[in-house]
Design a protein around this ligand. Structure first.
Ligand code: NDP
Ligand code: 2IT
Length: 443
């Protein structure tokens, strides 16, 4: 045990030295390494073949200039990226994020985690992530279109339906995917499934829009069912108000729970009466169509109040962080536990700080890490790729059944490798990628 701890420390020192200042990347690697090291301690082949050392180095990183013109005719300049992390088990696959906070550290953490998540789905997809430090807030549709076209004008040469298949993430939804796909098709003169999350008219898959939020809730339901419980009658705190958060709310409602919060970067709303289907439709229009701030909800619905900060002080049985990374710190985790929270399922990527994960694990509540809990989105992306290749379209019911099966399989494999009955783990995702790398020798 002491030897493993010592080796882990040495390994992390090396990662920090080679990737200076990349704090999010260090955090993601450190969390994964702490899970993996005890498992590989008695398996010398992984050490001899330097598997983990090679896994933390992306296959390749592409960084590029994205010039575009705003509506006033000013030339603007953004930085675009695609981190192709690991294609051992399939083409690179992962979202694109457009947000001012995007940098190499954020995309490397996301691409690294994507590799394990995609492996857990059981589908043949490698890991990648990309995006730009572009802020879609306050931009017109035409400005967003010009930006997306310029971004794809460079990106197109690095991706392909069998090479690398991007999708959406923060700031990249149906509108952006449409603009990006249109430009790819125009430049390449090929109509192929090079992006997922596409519109239904041009090769998109049913359930993809809903899949991440639904999957996160299915995972929570699976964990609850294991202890003879369920979401029926549970009070649920959700953060975020974008794609993942809104479809998580919809599924909690379907399963009989009550959601009492939502948030965005300006603050959160608390609605003790619950966010029902009508209120949810209002939120979707507010955030996706009118692109407003969540505070407007409390002006419309008098049962609700608006507050600055994050929603974790609201008493709940279940917490679903669905906004962004590091949105639950140790103090907030302790507040959740003090208020009786018994389960956390991560819709967002790495929403829980390391010290907060410790608090959840120490309290032995049901805790599902994002690599497992939010894999439903990329799983249905994988099914969109299959449908595109075969030129077929499955029904909503078939796809929802496949999504539920996938989340249950991931849940069960996490439990199998988990340290104890209340702790889920994503070791199975690592093993598949590692064993593929062993087959390739030194690559
Ligand atoms: P959206 O852009 O649709 O929504 C993001 C939401 O999070 C918005 O409410 C946004 O608020 C809020 N948010 C973003 N950044 C911050 C911040 N720094 N501080 C506070 N609030 C913030 O993105 P998604 O719903 O697609 O993504 C949410 C999370 O889920 C991300 O972590 C993403 O990586 C993860 N994820 C997404 C998948 C997908 O299929 N889309 C799949 C798996 C994981 P505002 O409107 O004010 O910006
Ligand atoms: O983090 C994620 O899994 C996503 N943003 C979805 C990736 C995908 O390719 O569907």
């Amino acid at each position: 045990m002491a030897k493993t701890a010592e080796y882990l420390k040495r390994f992390m020192n090396g990662v920090k030295k080679r990737n200076p200042g990349e704090l999010e990347f260090h955090q993601a690697v450190s969390e994964v390494a702490a899970t993996i090291f005890p498992y590989i301690a008695d398996k010398p082949i992984y050490h001899k073949m330097q598997i983990l050392e090679r896994m933390v180095e992306p296959d390749r990183v592409v960084m590029f200039r994205v010039p575009w013109t705003d509506d006033e005719g000013n030339i603007r300049n953004q930085r675009g990226y695609r981190v192709q992390f690991n294609n051992s088990i399939g083409p690179y696959k992962g979202g694109l994020r457009f947000h001012p906070s995007v940098n190499l550290s954020v995309l490397k953490f996301l691409g690294f985690e994507q590799t394990f998540k995609n492996s857990l789905t059981g589908l043949p997809m490698g890991g990648g992530k990309g995006g730009a430090d572009f802020n879609p807030k306050g931009k017109t549709d035409n400005e967003v279109m010009r930006f997306c076209q310029s971004f794809m004008t460079e990106l197109h040469r690095h991706i392909g339906e069998d090479t690398d298949v991007p999708a959406g993430d923060i700031g990249v939804g149906a509108r952006e995917i449409g603009f990006l796909f249109g430009q790819y098709k125009r430049i390449e003169n090929r109509f192929v499934g090079v992006l997922t999350g596409k519109g239904m008219e041009f090769g998109g898959s049913k359930i993809r829009t809903e899949a991440t939020g639904y999957g996160t809730v299915y995972f929570m339901q699976n964990m609850l069912q294991r202890i003879g419980d369920g979401l029926q009658g549970k009070t649920v705190c959700v953060s975020g108000s974008g794609n993942v958060a809104t479809y998580a709310v919809e599924k909690v409602n379907h399963l009989g729970g009550k959601v009492v919060s939502l948030s965005d970067s300006s603050g959160f709303i608390h609605d003790p009466d619950g966010i029902d289907a009508d209120k949810l439709a209002y939120v979707m229009d507010l955030k996706q169509v009118r692109r407003g701030r969540i505070g407007e909800y409390a002006e419309t619905y008098k049962s609700a109040t608006f507050h600055e900060g994050r929603p974790w002080g609201v008493a709940c049985d279940i917490a679903l962080p669905c906004a962004t990374q590091n949105e639950i710190n140790r103090e907030e985790a302790e507040t959740l536990l003090k208020n009786g929270c018994i389960g956390v399922s991560e819709g967002a990527n790495m929403p829980t700080e390391l010290a907060a994960i410790d608090a959840f694990q120490h309290a032995e509540i049901l805790y599902a890490p994002s690599k497992a809990a939010n894999a439903g989105g990329v799983a249905v992306s994988g099914l969109e790729m299959s449908q595109n290749s075969a030129r077929i379209a499955w029904s909503e019911q078939e796809l929802d059944n496949l999504l539920q099966d996938t989340m249950l399989k991931i849940h069960d494999s996490c439990v199998e490798y988990g340290k104890n009955k209340d702790h889920v783990d994503y070791l199975a995702g690592f093993i598949k990628v590692a064993d593929a790398m062993l087959s390739f020798g030194h690559t």
